[in-house]
Design a protein around this ligand. Sequence first.
Ligand SMILES: *Cc1c(COP(=O)(O)O)cnc(C)c1O
Length: 400
Amino acid sequence: MALTRADAAARDAADPLAAFRERFVFTDEQRIYLDGNSLGRLPVATRERLHALADDWGDRLVSGWPDWIDAPTRVGDLLAEAVLGAQPGEVIVGDSTTVNLYKLCSAALDLGPGPVVTNRDNFPTDRYVLEGLAAQRGVELRLVDDIESALDDAAVAVISHVDYRSGEIADMRRLNARGARVVWDLCHSAGAIPIGLRDAGVELAVGCTYKYLNGGPGAPAFLYVADELQPRLRSPIWGWFGQRDQFAMERDYDPVEGIGRFLAGTPPVLDLAAVEEGVKLTAAAGVDRLREKSLALCELIIELHDAWLAPLGFELGSPRDGARRGSHVSVRHPEAWPICRALIERADVIPDFRGPDSIRLGVAPLYTRFVDVYDAIDRLRGLVERGEQRLVDPERARVT
Ligand SMILES: *Cc1c(COP(=O)(O)O)cnc(C)c1O
């Protein structure tokens, strides 16, 4: 194999984004973290901001609210422009992806009831939200292998922009042009690949901020509704934060104009500050530059997979063509679960496992280096050659 560790180090030396790594907290330089697609790293600025905001809370108490209350739309506007290819006023941040999916699917069904559809192997919460809505409303849930051919006679579809297991990118523009109203799940694409929601004619989307956007564990998710559609949609959760003249405490619910009608209750101010810092870093690096580096890192994974892992029984579980792949590469192996455990416990490499047989190697171009990829695959190859996956406890953990 022609590629050496020195080659990987040379690529890091030439990387225009290399300096961003210093803007994250590292507590263990030996550990290689390839799971930024599940939970991003802590930005240094976030730690400082959270300390300052906690002090602010301690000092100002309720009088801080005038400064805090607009965070869902302020952070939403930043995301809209820097990450989502949307306009200010089309995005809010709050609640979880799951809850936001429920809000948008429910609102979309109000516009035109009918069957709901998603991929059979879509992320579980996406399927469950539709399953619950179908049961509540007496509409049919269709779980399909080929989403495109199922769109014409469904009312609402949920599609992941980047598939959480394979990393495959779905064609937004093409799928939006079919019959169903599509709610896009951007969890694995936000901050990882360029997204042009307006250009692609997207009406509805949700996504989380704790993966590539580094907002922190359980950070609130975003929700997007295209400007034109907003007046016709209502959140199924009528909360006081969506109410016109909120503090007039009027008796009847009358939602505000605009995206604010999808707010429900009091926003998580500390969490929103963390999301804001994460999104600012992504904005500073620029999604196009991040994408370029992510493609190069993933190509290195594939090159090393072909040279070192394929002979050990691994198979690529992601598209080879970078244009069709997000920011992670899945490698498949019949012993994927014990190999993944051995990687974490014995080789200090953190990927994650997605059943039945995939190890996801996620690259976060803000802080993943080419030498990290090189060393991680080298350690992976070594431990499988030595059969170390047979030395770990195969018990399935609560979190995989
Ligand atoms: C991570 C992820 C979620 C997470 O939803 P939460 O409500 O934040 O737990 C949803 N959908 C997809 C596709 C994901 O990858």
